[in-house]
Design a protein around this ligand. Structure first.
Ligand SMILES: *Cc1c(COP(=O)(O)O)cnc(C)c1O
Length: 437
């Protein structure tokens, strides 16, 4: 194919992707749909500029309006999270974590964090798993003991493990909370005094739950004793893809250096502007949005349980976040279920769940799937639609109905939910393809 044919082909595929998502039920827990306003900021000329350094102290000219927007962005983030210091520059959640590792630990230091089947993220991971903490910063990572019935970090066993580590001269320098499979608030309050007794730096990774924290419906890590909080700005927080670090003023100098020049040069200025827009939307609409997200997740979990699925976390009411985790081993495995649901335009991801590694199940065919309701909540869906979604999933996985029939039902359900809610300007269709050519 000629260059021009390939060029056209890219646009054709982009438009087809938009059409597909416009007729689908998007349930990836780490994703969301930003407002048309956020998308407009992303398409602006800010995306073609450099602004290394801090507002007012840049190394390039041309930053007049960029600086003004970045100051607004910081003000909004400080207000949203009631934080003294914010760095809005990290281009992603992984880079926010890397900056925090760099600011507060040295290579060879020990960090305690959740393992991946217990909900941890690969950016907290060991060197031998190519995790960012181990491979890139050289941290020696140890895992929290996890209680699979409670689906949470085991507080007593963690204390015992840390005491053994202290005796072995392996006292952690950093304790990491937060994760990617994240149903219930982590026991920060329960562990903070104990961990601080050994001078640990406590970071809370709010990548998944940042929008719930902003909306006041999850936990409040900075008030519970976390020293720093890192996050992605595009999961439950419905902004552009990006990262963020919050802290008290005492940590500001260490963080600023670790972000620039430590881990960024360009900080993706258009994303920074789009973060400001999303923070303003969150301040105005975040409480109502977050409340509906958590209510929807709970109903989806209960409905899936009612129609025959093994939903994790039953002892604690299945979920207190935007996520639902389901053990699908009665029917096949997470990888197969993911593929089957995609054929019916229901987009989910497979998920390692507690017990998988011991049973020899790996990432391609793990025992579970993870569902998130942030995006469909943003589209305006409420409790009754969650019941419909659970029914559609049952028809694909348990009844094994013809996926073409389910796909039509999915399209029909989505027909009534075409716009982004919880934003100032939601008239443009949520998945409308914006053409500039
Ligand atoms: C998604 C995620 C990240 C990574 O965020 P990116 O913005 O994709 O780099 C970090 N930590 C946790 C817990 C996550 O779930």
């Amino acid at each position: 194919m000629s260059a021009e044919a390939l060029y056209n082909d890219v646009f054709e595929k982009l438009e087809r992707h938009h059409e597909w998502f416009n007729e689908s039920i998007p349930l990836i827990a780490s994703e969301n749909i930003p407002s048309p306003a956020v998308r407009e900021a992303l398409a602006s000329d800010f995306g073609n500029r450099y602004a290394e350094g801090w507002p007012g102290e840049r190394v390039y000219a041309g930053c007049t309006y960029i600086d003004e927007v970045e100051v607004i962005c910081m003000q909004l983030a400080q207000e949203l999270y009631n934080a003294e210091f914010v760095d809005v520059r990290p281009p992603s959640g992984v880079l926010a974590n890397l900056a925090v590792y760099s600011a507060f630990t040295q290579p060879k230091d020990v960090m305690i964090a959740p393992s991946i089947p217990a909900g941890g993220h690969i950016s907290h991971g060991k060197r031998e798993h190519a995790g960012t903490a181990g491979l890139v910063h050289g941290l020696d990572v140890e895992f929290y003991p996890f209680d699979a019935t409670q689906m949470n970090i085991d507080v007593d066993k963690t204390k015992q493990k840390v005491e053994r580590m202290v005796q072995d001269n392996k006292t952690p320098k950093m304790a990491m909370f937060g994760g990617s499979l994240f149903l219930f608030p982590h026991p920060v309050r329960e562990l903070v005094d104990f961990l601080k007794g050994y001078n640990m730096h406590i970071n809370y990774d709010a990548a998944h739950v940042a929008g719930l924290i902003a909306g006041g419906v999850f936990q409040d890590p900075l008030r519970e004793g976390a020293d720093t909080m890192t996050m992605s700005t595009h999961k439950t927080l419905f902004g552009p893809q990006g990262g963020l670090i919050l802290a008290s003023d005492t940590h500001s100098d260490d963080i600023k250096k670790a972000v620039f020049p430590g881990t960024t040069s360009s900080h993706h200025i258009h994303h920074m502007a789009a973060k400001a827009i999303a923070f303003a939307e969150m301040l105005k609409f975040g409480a109502a949005y977050a409340k509906q997200v958590v209510a929807n997740a709970r109903v989806l979990a209960e409905s899936l349980n009612d129609v025959g699925f093994k939903v994790l976390g039953e002892d604690n009411g299945f979920t207190k976040s935007h996520q639902v985790a389901v053990n699908v081993l009665d029917y096949s495995d997470g990888g197969t279920v993911e593929v089957d649901l995609e054929k019916a335009n229901i987009i989910v991801n497979r998920q390692l769940i507690p017990g998988d590694i011991k049973a020899g199940r790996h990432y391609f065919h793990p025992g579970g799937i993870r569902l998130g309701v942030s995006e469909i909540t943003r589209l305006g869906m409420k409790e009754s639609e969650m019941k419909e979604v659970a029914g559609l999933i049952r028809q694909v996985i348990i009844e094994k109905k013809d996926v073409r029939i389910i796909k039509d039902e999915v399209k029909q359900l989505r027909g009534d939910y075409q716009n982004v809610h919880y934003c100032f300007d939601g008239e443009t269709g949520a998945y409308k393809y914006m053409r500039l050519r």
